[in-house]
Design a protein around this ligand. Structure first.
Ligand code: GLN
Length: 316
């Protein structure tokens, strides 16, 4: 097994987890009531190794919306289905150095990368482009369930309706991109593409399920629970590279420096952390720091690196 001394490892994880409970900083997102109502004291962790060893703590079975964590999986699904070259004919690979929802394009007139809203909206528009909307949604949901090895993946309709109701920025961003010919020429309707983007943000999961999804990425795209290939190996490498460079909003550079692992966070306070060839971790605590990342989650990752040599450049 990839972690031989499981009792010792998990007791270290529990200590770090409990230490992070003391972190009281940050604020729960308030731009929609469904997020504003999240209990700020929720704190959950789940991890799953590439051998399928699993461990969970705290609120690991409570559902939350994936929000921007979906950007990583949507990219991996589309790149796996249509090829990374095709995807990157529409979107770059560079950190934007700007806010996640900023109205800006790179020097080639493309969104900077698939981990910010502009790039994620374009990537979503490529997901089974040309299929009926209902089939596209079903396809995506089914891919999420495969990644989670059959674990819980649901849909929060109230979140979807609120997201759509407060979407001025995403509409403005999309019309700006339409004006600049960022979308494929044959997309059906901008409104439907945005609905699809909000629907994928509104998918619901738990720490337990999302840890398996992260473990699938850690395992090169093969789900450790089912041994099913979900993501081709090259797109799996690609999504991890993008998460490493751009996954934590404007904290991505600092996170890469201090933690040295690919991760993706979302405004619900969820984040996934991937330790390649070892395990996937999901952390969830709603209060966010100024950058928009879960305060407890980021602290956990820093403490994890203080305890274990998981940093990408630790083993030199
Ligand atoms: N639904 C949010 C948006 O598109 C996602 C935000 C996030 O998690 N950063 O603005």
């Amino acid at each position: 097994l990839v972690v031989p001394n499981w009792p010792e490892f998990t007791s270290n994880i529990r200590e770090i987890f409990e230490a992070c409970r003391e972190e009281k900083g940050g604020n729960v997102a308030t731009y929609i009531p469904q997020l504003a109502r999240q209990d700020p004291n929720r704190w959950g962790l789940s991890l799953c190794t590439i051998d399928g060893q699993r461990y969970s703590l705290g609120d690991s079975k409570i559902p939350f919306c994936v929000q921007s964590v979906s950007k990583a999986f949507n990219y991996a699904i589309v790149a796996s289905d249509s090829g990374a070259d095709y995807v990157h004919s529409y979107v770059g690979h560079e950190p934007s150095g700007r806010l996640f929802n900023e109205i800006c394009l790179d020097g080639n007139g493309k969104p900077h990368n698939p981990m910010i809203n502009a790039g994620a909206i374009i990537v979503t528009s490529l997901l089974k482009k040309g299929w009926p909307m209902a089939d596209r949604y079903d396809f995506a949901l089914n891919e999420y369930k495969k990644l989670a090895g059959g674990g819980y993946v649901g849909f929060n309709n109230a979140t979807f309706l609120s997201e759509r109701e407060t979407a001025d920025r995403n509409y403005a961003l999309s019309y700006y991109m339409k004006e600049n010919k960022c979308f494929p020429s044959d997309i059906q309707s901008l409104r439907e593409e945005l609905d699809f983007y909000f629907q994928l943000c509104s998918l619901e999961t738990t720490c337990e399920s999302a840890a398996v999804m992260a473990a699938t990425l850690a395992n090169g795209g093969v789900c450790p629970l089912t041994n099913e290939r979900c993501i081709e190996s090259r797109p799996c490498r690609d999504v991890l590279s993008l998460m490493y460079a751009c996954g934590m909003y404007d904290y991505s550079g600092q996170f890469a420096f201090h933690v040295g692992l690919p991760a993706k966070s979302g405004v619900s306070g969820a984040m996934i952390l991937v330790i390649p060839n070892l395990m996937g971790i999901c952390l969830w605590a709603p209060p966010l720091d100024k950058m928009g990342n879960t305060t407890k989650g980021v602290l956990f990752c820093q403490k994890l690196i203080d305890t274990f040599n998981f940093h990408n450049y630790d083993s030199l």
